[in-house]
Design a protein around this ligand. Structure first.
Ligand SMILES: [Zn+2]
Length: 124
């Protein structure tokens, strides 16, 4: 198993450790797998609800194959959450409530699970 895999999943609560929203917490809406291709190598990222908001300017003409009504609705400035690298967030452990790194533990049956580095409890 890769050490750099996505250890943060949809539904997790994370704290932002860098950038303009540092210290804020939010729920993970989407986890984006890392892109390992050499040309555009990217670590895994997450989209966090209400955080790392960026304003996207949408031009109606750039939209194709949509109805005029939908076009009207989608034009202008749209606020949306931008993905954050997982290296900039820490998982809030549901057991001890602290921001923590995630380790991988395994049970007696060989099943792997995520574990809190602080309290050693299973996270899932
Ligand atoms: Zn914990």
């Amino acid at each position: 198993m890769s050490q750099t895999g996505t250890r943060i999943r949809r539904g997790d609560v994370v704290r932002i450790m860098a950038g303009k929203d540092v210290g804020k917490e939010g729920k993970v809406l989407r986890a984006i797998a890392p892109d390992p291709s050499p040309k555009k190598k990217r670590p895994s990222r997450v989209v966090v609800e209400g955080l790392n908001i960026m304003i996207k300017h949408v031009r109606p003409k750039a939209q194709q194959n949509v109805t005029p009504a939908a076009q009207q609705q989608q034009s202008g400035r749209v606020e949306m959450e931008a993905p954050i690298y997982t290296s900039k967030v820490m998982l809030i452990c549901p057991n001890c409530g602290q921001p923590t790194r995630v380790g991988i533990g395994s049970s007696a049956t060989g099943e792997r699970f995520r574990a809190c580095k602080k309290c050693d409890k299973q996270i899932d």
